[in-house]
Design a protein around this ligand. Structure first.
Ligand SMILES: Cc1ncc(COP(=O)(O)O)c(C=O)c1O
Length: 390
């Protein structure tokens, strides 16, 4: 069936097409001057000393862990209500994760109290995720980190252009990691960025991004170097110039597009206050700072089944999604970490549905989603009552 309203959509036009064409015509495709320009523009935008472009957000997270010296014998505290990449990146280093619970239905971010409970003598770092681009409680988390001498990595995949107390998300901790995946606020297909104010972290990440080599093909092309040494076991986590060019255009559009996301989020919130939606909760009502409004999560009333709701939305041509199946419930993680219980994460995750949100959506599209959601909720409630009557 054709989708009338997808979950997310690109804001791509002639500017992106021309930017890609310019790179193709320049005849230099891999990491070079356009990537350097993107790194400069992104570091200026978020207000940080170093920005390193990579091929995806997962690589940024992996490099962040490696640059902080995380490895075998270490534990890293992560939320479970996030994309699996957040935890995977830690496991790539042969460290272990410890999952922390979230705050509650009004704030789906990791709980500072639970972070503190999960600290052991092996804990080396905390990874926070700004869920939906809504800021975690960074002041509290940074205090805990300082008290226990822990590093902080911010998974800011959802949060480009978000600020808290005037400071960009991604720049509160030791390292910030962004994703430029197709559905993100700044989209290049695949792509990502690591940001840090710490010189030695930037230097380690830079070397590891390109096989541990001391010079780049780009340096040699320009005659700045003729050979190289390999000083560490690195990776090929380089980005290419086409995607960097797309990123530069998308970065220019980001503030306006985030503002549009805010407008649409406000419309949704207003509409969802209607009696037709009684029992539905919309997290992040009391926002702190300036979020990036990446997604629009709602929580279905307790006891209402999610599948009939999502099926009915699909029949109306509207795509919905789930953010997220908790990581500790996945088979691999259940085998590796049996018996983990995160009561708030589990109860919230089972009720969560994500509604469409993207800058190109019209106000009328929001109305259309809400009308479909009211019908879908009525259907889901009736399947709930026929279940309880049986
Ligand atoms: C919260 C979160 N962390 C990490 C990632 C990984 O980013 P990427 O897909 O660019 O590797 C994503 C991407 O979906 C994400 O949503």
């Amino acid at each position: 069936m054709d989708l009338r309203i997808p979950l997310s959509d690109l804001d791509y036009g002639p500017e992106e097409e021309n930017a890609a064409l310019d790179v193709i015509r320049s005849r230099w495709l891999t990491m070079g001057s356009v990537t350097q320009e993107l790194e400069r523009a992104f570091s200026d935008f978020v207000g940080v000393k170093h920005a390193l472009a990579v091929s995806n957000g997962t690589q940024a997270l992996h490099l962040a862990c490696l640059a902080l010296g995380i490895g075998p014998g270490d534990e890293v505290i992560v939320p479970s209500l996030t994309f699996v990449a957040t935890a995977n990146a830690v496991l790539y280093t042969n460290a272990e994760v410890r999952f922390a619970d979230i705050i509650g239905s009004f704030d789906l971010n990791v709980s500072p109290d639970d972070i503190e409970r999960q600290i052991t003598p092996r804990t080396k770092a905390i990874v926070v995720v700004h869920y939906g681009g809504y800021p975690c409680r960074m002041s509290e988390i940074m205090k805990i980190a300082r008290r226990h001498h822990l590093a902080v990595i911010e998974d800011a995949a959802h949060a480009p252009g978000a600020f808290l107390e005037g400071r960009a998300l991604g720049t509160w901790g030791d390292v910030g990691c962004f994703s430029f995946f197709s559905n993100k606020n700044l989209a290049t297909g695949e792509g990502g960025m690591l940001v840090t104010n710490r010189e030695e972290i930037a230097e380690k990440a830079r070397v590891l991004r390109s096989h541990g080599m001391t010079t780049l093909t780009w340096d040699r092309h320009r005659g700045h170097a003729y050979t190289y040494d390999v000083v560490a076991l690195g990776y090929n986590y380089r980005i290419d110039e086409i995607r960097s060019a797309l990123g530069l255009v998308q970065l220019q559009k980001l503030p306006e597009n985030n503002a549009r996301r805010k407008h649409l989020t406000d419309l949704y919130r207003k509409g969802l206050r209607d009696v037709r939606f009684s029992g539905i909760e919309v997290p992040f009502g009391d926002v702190e700072g300036d979020p990036a409004y990446h997604i629009l999560p709602i929580l279905l009333p307790e006891g209402v089944e999610r599948q009939p709701f999502m099926d009915s939305m699909r029949k109306s041509g509207i795509q919905t999604s789930i953010h997220y199946p908790p990581i500790h419930h996945f088979s691999y993680y259940r085998q590796r970490y049996p018996g983990i219980s995160l009561p708030i994460t589990e109860s919230i995750a089972s009720r969560e549905v994500t509604l469409p949100l993207y800058p190109m959506m019209t106000d009328a599209d929001v109305d259309c989603v809400l009308t479909a959601a009211a019908g879908a909720l009525a259907i889901a409630r009736s399947s709930e009552s026929s279940r309880s009557a049986a």
